[in-house]
Design a protein around this ligand. Structure first.
Ligand SMILES: NC(=O)c1ccc[n+]([C@@H]2O[C@H](COP(=O)([O-])OP(=O)(O)OC[C@H]3O[C@@H](n4cnc5c(N)ncnc54)[C@H](O)[C@@H]3O)[C@@H](O)[C@H]2O)c1
Ligand SMILES: O=P(O)(O)OC[C@@H](O)[C@@H](O)[C@H](O)[C@H](O)CO
Length: 474
């Protein structure tokens, strides 16, 4: 793209920008947001054999609100990716979204999921949106799942979903189940489902949410999903904060175009995958993705070291008056807590090849990037789900090894201290969290730990340990 400093920026769409022709939509995404655009779309664009004639387009659906999809549609799917390094920015137009849809356009989602040309469904709907029970089990009793089951049961006959007065399912899994039923009816073959959410065992999470619901609606459909749909495990990494308004002006100044929805991300990126793609996929390795036989060590390294310390800073950092990750890691006290947490986690990350010292050094550089405004308040959302995967496993592993796991316990204690006195919290399980947090002082700590892990809440020494750390943090 040419750089200019025109005073009046030009409109931004396929007729004003010099981009290759739009590829066919062979990839579908649910959860159109900042991360999908910084990660999966970047990898796809950089994996094309012939950049002038791309083969893999995305039809991307928002999970809930329509604004981003509408803005992207008005730009023919184009947007600017701003790679924000510590000293400078790189600007790149991403061409891969060929359809952007609001969540309610379920008929197009179903049509695409049933099309033989569709090879992959990727998902980024946030951790809590899988609506799973303990141990990532399918849980028909969760209210959102129960509501979708009712809708689906009222509308399914002979394996076909017919629009009825019951309406359409609301959850990600509910919508996907209808699309897969249609794919089966049309004999379009299998496809791969690739969760790109920060969940441990995100393949199992996606499988249990989608296949579990399919089987509950129609056992034959459940069996078809089991046989034909592959659930791919991924460890995904690229720090991508919510875009600040000032970025629009940066993009207009540097590129000469009025992009309404640019994305800012860091230069670093990583994508590790494990699983099968029955209907093919882009050559993501070409862009640096790694396909491995055992993803678990990579997944733990990322979820514990990066996301775990993010959550620790989100609560402890805000308690200490910081607003961003860069501010928190610049505070020697927060940094020492992060390093102590990493020391504990590293005791359980011993698989050869993980290069923990280098990974930690790189994380310090990434967190310290002063030009990425990654708000702690954004990371703090949905703590009740995130801490289950980011801090609880480290604390349990440390205690099993006969050590106290103080730093992991501090991450949990920081969440408790952060919740002190709050009557509102941004958490998909906010009712449960607030009910526990508003209990009398002598019950509160145990009740909040129980929201994270029932077993830990039964251990008196853990409750005492976390209680003591909450008092220190206050
Ligand atoms: N941003 C990052 O740095 C990053 C990095 C790695 C992984 N991720 C994963 O990607 C997810 C999304 O991050 P983002 O930065 O794109 O956020 P975002 O807010 O820009 O987009 C979130 C998307 O998820 C949808 N969504 C949210 N709650 C939902 C629900 N309950 N049901 C259905 N859809 C729902 C939204 O509608 C939106 O389409 C994260 O939760 C995380 O699991 C993010
Ligand atoms: O995206 P979330 O809300 O799951 O978690 C917040 C951050 O920890 C996360 O987005 C990281 O920045 C990301 O996982 C880096 O790859």
């Amino acid at each position: 793209m040419t750089t200019s400093n025109t005073i009046e920026p030009r409109p931004f769409n396929r007729s004003t920008v010099d981009v290759p022709p739009a590829p066919q939509p062979r990839l579908v995404h649910i959860g159109l947001g900042a991360f999908h655009r910084a990660h999966q779309l970047w990898y796809t664009q950089h994996s094309e054999d012939d950049a002038a004639h791309p083969q893999w387009g995305y039809a991307s659906f928002s999970g809930r609100s329509a604004d981003l999809a509408n803005a992207l549609q008005s730009q023919d799917g184009l947007y600017t990716l701003v790679e924000r390094g510590p000293d400078s920015d790189e600007y790149e137009v991403i061409n891969g979204i060929v359809e952007a849809h609001p969540a309610e356009n379920v008929s197009r989602l179903w049509e695409l999921l049933a099309a033989p040309s569709t090879a992959v469904l990727t998902i980024t709907v946030t951790e809590a949106a899988y609506n799973l029970g303990e141990g990532l089990a399918f849980d028909a009793a969760q209210s959102a799942v129960a509501a979708d089951l009712e809708t689906l049961n009222a509308s399914f006959a002979d394996g076909v979903f017919g629009l009825s007065e019951a309406g359409v399912p609301a959850t990600m899994a509910g919508k996907v189940v209808v699309g897969l039923a249609e794919r089966r009816r049309q004999n379009a073959g299998g496809l791969a489902v690739v969760s790109c959410d920060n969940l441990s065992a995100n393949d199992v999470a996606a499988h249990n949410a989608i296949q579990g619901l399919a089987a509950a609606v129609d056992p034959e459909l459940g069996a078809w999903v089991e046989e034909n749909v592959s659930f791919v495990a991924t460890s995904i990494d690229r720090i991508t904060p919510r875009t600040e308004d000032s970025v629009l002006a940066d993009v207009a100044r540097e590129t000469g175009y009025t992009d309404q929805v640019p994305v800012v991300t860091e230069p670093f990126r990583s994508w590790v995958l494990q699983g099968e793609f029955p209907a093919g996929r882009p050559d993501w390795e070409k862009a640096g993705a790694e396909f491995v036989a055992d993803i678990e060590p990579f997944e733990r390294r990322k979820l514990w070291l990066l996301n775990g310390s993010h959550s620790l800073m989100a609560y402890a950092g805000q308690l200490r008056g910081h607003a961003t990750v860069a501010e928190a890691i610049g505070d020697p006290v927060c940094r020492a807590w992060v390093e102590e947490f990493w020391d504990e986690a590293a005791q359980h990350l011993t698989t050869p090849g993980l290069d923990i010292p280098d990974y930690r050094d790189a994380l310090l550089d990434r967190f310290s990037n002063p030009r990425i405004a990654h708000n702690l308040a954004q990371i703090a959302m949905d703590g009740s789900t995130k801490l289950q995967m980011r801090a609880v496993p480290v604390l349990k592993a440390e205690r099993e090894a006969g050590r106290p796991g103080t730093a992991a316990a501090r991450a949990i204690a920081a969440w408790l201290a952060y919740l002190d006195g709050r009557t509102e919290v941004s958490d998909a399980r906010s009712e449960l969290v607030l009910e526990a947090s508003q209990k009398p002082a002598d019950e509160r700590v145990r009740a909040l730990i129980a929201v994270l892990d029932a077993e830990l809440a039964q251990q008196e020494d853990v409750v005492d340990q976390i209680n003591g750390l909450v008092n220190e943090l206050r």
